[in-house]
Design a protein around this ligand. Structure first.
Ligand SMILES: *Cc1c(COP(=O)(O)O)cnc(C)c1O
Length: 375
């Protein structure tokens, strides 16, 4: 009864979503702050104005939402946490025809894999990065060329570039990377783009860029093979709504619509389009939250350093940390016992670490207390 393809699938394993007990969830990099009131008002308005709207198909191409996203990116430069105007200004205007929206960036990534990668040449990616990329490689039968991280756990930009040139290969990586939290500088990504083959796509997944210092969006001006992927799930507090998007030259965005229309004509529903549009228009609220989270992250990292922990230099809304002589699993278990979920990866090379999502000040104080008592 089952297809041959099914045997080759290795599904993604997300952070726990427990139903039995109410934990403080610091294990899925969700935003601790709720969406702004304009978002719930926009959803209520859809329902109040005309219930029939739910009986009609949504705009298949999410045009209003794409205009709102372009507006937000042009105003923020793609980095909500940064308060520097210079960093925020883009050298060109992002237009709606440079944007593709999907049902979460996971779906957007799937469509991008389908549009740009195939079994003909291997995809270059870091050894440790977002674990959905290998899942999609299995799904689409794309061979992988995994490049080890450097000893400080940062992405080895030179080795990635060399591998892409030698194999005429496309590339993908998250920047800042997951689960390490470390970011390549925009200049380093630019140096990669200047060397890799111009006709191979380079996907930079910026799920966490809003918490960092800079985005690669300005590089779209000179690099027609760059695709930047973003999500509403982290910095825009809408993980439950499922919204993500890709930004690239119109020539690269067009084929992604072809994939979408060959798979699911209406991936973004009526309520998600309304909620997403309202969120983009309220970007100032999210700027404040992103700054609060970045500050809380830096003070948590400082706390850990003062108490003998090692961390990476995270530019995200999570901290990747370990303590000499302590296993990642035991930290995970101690936190869970005390009612806080964090993430531990049973993967050789990073098994000593835990990944802790930055929550509210109160949540972080509770976690600090547990860490002080137990480790
Ligand atoms: C969370 C995350 C995503 C997925 O985001 P959704 O929009 O919720 O599907 C994609 N890439 C990276 C690196 C992530 O951390």
């Amino acid at each position: 009864m089952l297809s041959k393809r099914l045997e080759t699938l290795h599904p993604y394993v997300p952070g726990e979503q427990p139903k039995d007990r109410s934990y403080i969830k610091l294990n899925a990099n969700e935003n601790p702050y709720p969406p702004c009131k304009a978002v719930s008002a926009a959803i209520r308005k859809v329902l109040a104005d005309n219930r029939k709207k739910l009986g009609l198909y949504p705009d298949p191409d999410s045009l209003r939402l794409r205009k709102a996203i372009a507006g937000m990116l042009n105003k923020t430069g793609g980095v909500l946490a940064s308060s520097s105007r210079a960093r925020k200004s883009l050298p060109f205007k992002i237009t709606p025809d440079m944007i593709f929206c999907g049902n979460g960036s996971d779906e957007v990534l799937s469509f991008l894999f389908c549009a740009f990668f195939d079994s003909g040449r291997p995809l270059v990616l870091p050894e440790f990065t977002y674990s959905f990329y290998p899942v999609y490689c299995g799904f689409y039968s794309i061979p992988m060329l995994k490049i080890p991280l450097k000893s400080d756990l940062s992405i080895d930009a030179e080795k990635m570039t060399e591998a892409s040139i030698a194999n005429k290969s496309p590339l993908i990586f998250a920047n800042p990377n997951a689960p390490t939290g470390i970011a390549l500088k925009r200049q380093e990504v630019e140096a990669m783009l200047q060397k890799i083959p111009e006709n191979e796509v380079c996907i930079v997944d910026e799920a966490y860029a809003d918490f960092s210092d800079e985005s690669c969006l300005p590089l779209l001006q000179n690099h027609r093979n760059l695709v930047v992927v973003r999500t509403f799930s982290k910095s825009l507090s809408l993980a439950g709504m499922r919204l993500g998007f890709a930004v690239a030259s119109p020539e690269l965005i067009q084929p992604v619509f072809t994939v979408k229309n060959s798979f699911n004509h209406f991936p973004v529903d009526v309520l998600a389009q309304a909620a997403g549009t309202a969120a983009c228009e309220s970007y100032k609220y999210y700027e404040k939250n992103a700054r609060k989270i970045a500050e809380e992250r830096d003070s948590f990292i400082q706390f850990l350093h003062e108490h003998g922990w090692t961390t990476t230099d995270s530019k995200t809304n999570f901290v990747f940390a370990k303590k000499e002589g302590t296993s990642g699993k035991s930290v995970y278990e101690a936190a869970k016992e005390a009612g806080i979920l964090i993430r531990h990866f049973d993967i050789e090379g990073i098994e000593d670490f835990v990944r802790i999502t930055v929550g509210t000040k109160k949540q972080m104080e509770k976690l600090k207390k547990i860490l002080l008592e137990r480790f």
